[in-house]
Write a protein that binds this ligand. Structure first.
Ligand SMILES: [Zn+2]
Length: 353
């Protein structure tokens, strides 16, 4: 667990807490529209462009946060999330294409001899100063120090459960590690002295060694305080090697972009797609897929194998923490899909792809 830094004091704690609440009450800012910009650019930030996108009602969100705070102090989660010993040998074997679930959206993907890491979060709390926010429910099975050198880190957006300052600072010590980040995040990383930044917009492609790395859309939002709502972009990522390709879905609601990504860059041999934090639907529906939609997203992006992410690690929504894989597999069975190709991983589990 990370120690509290010098940056913390009582005043900043309360500022962060009320800031988080205010973000949900006043999420809108009037954005100036500039016609020359791509549709997802607003001039001073970004927005979702799917015709079916509808922002959750601010009052509903506020009421949910308040009732959730009360309920949380009474209810205790007892479900056990399966975990297993981390298989470092397989990850270190550069000739084997492997994928490991570290927990939540943090995954290690060995692809054509390079090691990719997605949304690295090792902190105990996903929130400002690692104090306010969702607490870690299931421990990771490997420390950052035990990992082999990471070549490329893919960041989906700046929410605390995806962009963890302490974790990225640890990885940035390795000067060979490159960070691929959505538009608008370069300044944040550079302010902390992090180098090797590749800031990209939706549908932008970059050649990196023998790979083509594509910043692909997601339907979500961003912000780390009440004052930066949607100022930086959110994204998913497609990694295209010589023979293998994988898709990292980041954090997203169900939207038409999945099909577009599949048509443009599929078929993928592997996809990392969120399945958790989906209830209540009136709050979560516009920004998080539910398990049924995750199955559809897996089909839309045209993938052979899936690692279901964004569940079992931080308690963030109203469904029981072990519910997402149950609902997900029920849908897989209903549709007669290949169970083995989408079987949820244990935390720390590695599979070959
Ligand atoms: Zn998010």
């Amino acid at each position: 667990m990370f120690k509290l830094g010098k940056r913390f004091n009582r005043r900043s704690f309360f500022r962060a807490f009320f800031g988080l609440v205010l973000t949900y009450i006043f999420p809108w800012k009037v954005k100036s529209l500039t016609s020359a910009l791509p549709p997802h650019h607003t001039g001073d930030g970004f927005r979702n462009t799917d015709p079916n996108f509808k922002q959750a009602d601010g009052l509903d969100v506020f009421n949910w946060l308040i009732s959730r705070g009360t309920r949380r102090s009474f209810s205790k989660e007892t479900a056990e999330i399966p975990s297993t010993t981390f298989n470092n040998i397989l990850v270190e074997n550069v000739n084997t294409n492997s994928v490991t679930w570290i927990g939540h959206s943090t995954t290690l993907v060995r692809c054509e001899k390079k090691l990719f890491l997605t949304d690295p979060v090792w902190s105990e709390t996903a929130g400002p100063y690692n104090l306010v926010g969702a607490k870690r429910y299931t421990s990771e099975t490997i420390s950052i120090e035990q990992l082999p050198d990471i070549d490329i880190i893919l960041i989906s957006h700046n929410h605390y459960d995806h962009l963890d300052l302490n974790s990225v600072l640890s990885f940035a010590k390795n000067k060979k590690t490159h960070f691929f980040i959505p538009l608008g995040l370069k300044e944040w990383f550079a302010d902390y002295g992090i180098q090797n930044l590749h800031e990209m917009d939706w549908w932008q492609e970059e050649t990196f060694g023998s790979f083509k790395i594509v910043c692909t859309p997601a339907q979500h939002f961003s912000g780390r305080s009440p004052f930066d709502r949607n100022n930086t972009l959110w994204s998913s990522w497609a990694v295209i090697g010589k023979e293998k390709r994988f898709y990292f879905g980041g954090d997203s609601a169900y939207f038409s972009g999945f099909k577009q990504i599949g048509e443009k860059y599929g078929p993928f041999q592997l996809s990392l797609i969120p399945i958790g934090a989906y209830l209540p639907r009136n709050i979560m529906g516009p920004v998080h897929v539910d398990p049924k939609e995750a199955v559809q997203a897996f089909l839309d992006v045209n993938s052979q194998m899936m690692l279901p992410i964004h569940w079992g690690t931080f308690r963030m929504a109203d469904e029981p923490i072990d519910q997402p894989p149950k609902d997900f597999l029920a849908e897989v069975e209903k549709r007669g899909l290949n169970w083995n190709a989408v079987q949820p991983f244990k935390i720390g589990e590695t599979k070959i792809w």
